[in-house]
Design a protein around this ligand. Sequence first.
Ligand code: NAD
Length: 252
Amino acid sequence: MNALSDLVSVRAWVDEARAIAVLTGAGMSAESGVPTFRDAQTGLWATFKPEELATEAAFRANPAQVWDWYASRREMMKDVRPNAGHEALARFQQRHPGRLTLITQNVDGLHQAAGSVGTLSLHGNIFDDVWLDPCMGAPGCGGVCAVSRAQPGRPPACGDCGNLLRPGVVWFGEMLPAVALAAAEDAAQTCDLMLVVGTSGAVWPAAGSAHTARHNGARVVVINPQPSELDDAAHALVRATAASALPALLAD
Ligand code: NAD
């Protein structure tokens, strides 16, 4: 099977699979109302590329602009809810403990909100604040800046040493969290079925999971209404949305 595959055939693979890994991207949350990067740049931000805003260099060069971009994304995401696709994944995990490992590139927290357990968040969480630099050790800091002591601003800053807050996401060019990445690699190596949902496959090393799974003998299924860079790694392509395909594939 390859090219455009029917859900019934892929459903049979789900039923046979001993260990399933699922890699999700921004398309997973599109039907919750969170724009993908491809769709995200509207209005004020229409002239900026995410790759030019989501970097440490961009933040250091223009912290107010990058902080404001993340503030607008936080505002956009704050009231969104999991969709039927997130819920289908969470329910499957609850019915089959230990059988499905969820790896996400998303920073919106919607898998966790749906009740998924052990979600491997490769790119962090947009609602977390972290310091840009190690504490610079001003007398008032006590050796470590406490996030709660940040003074309001764009971005907020430590009132003693001047350290800036930044969003707790992984920017382009940064290392992924080591523990989550190692667990994701292990899941990709040991699964016998990988579902790749709503990702363009353009961001590495996350995209490498699909190739790792295929290389290690797993069946790989891409679920995406549009072509993606991971289609070549797939045994089956499901041209459907996350919220329509996942309930059909993962229901009892
Ligand atoms: P991307 O924007 O590059 O690609 C999105 C993919 O989703 C596209 O291939 C598109 O065809 C597909 N898609 C659109 N609607 C879909 C739907 N309803 N169902 C299934 N697929 C659909 O996103 P990416 O591959 O995740 O990579 C870019 C980076 O964007 C990631 O690092 C991620 O952290 C970040 N991002 C995250 C969010 C979020 O957390 N919700 C939103 C935007 C960007």
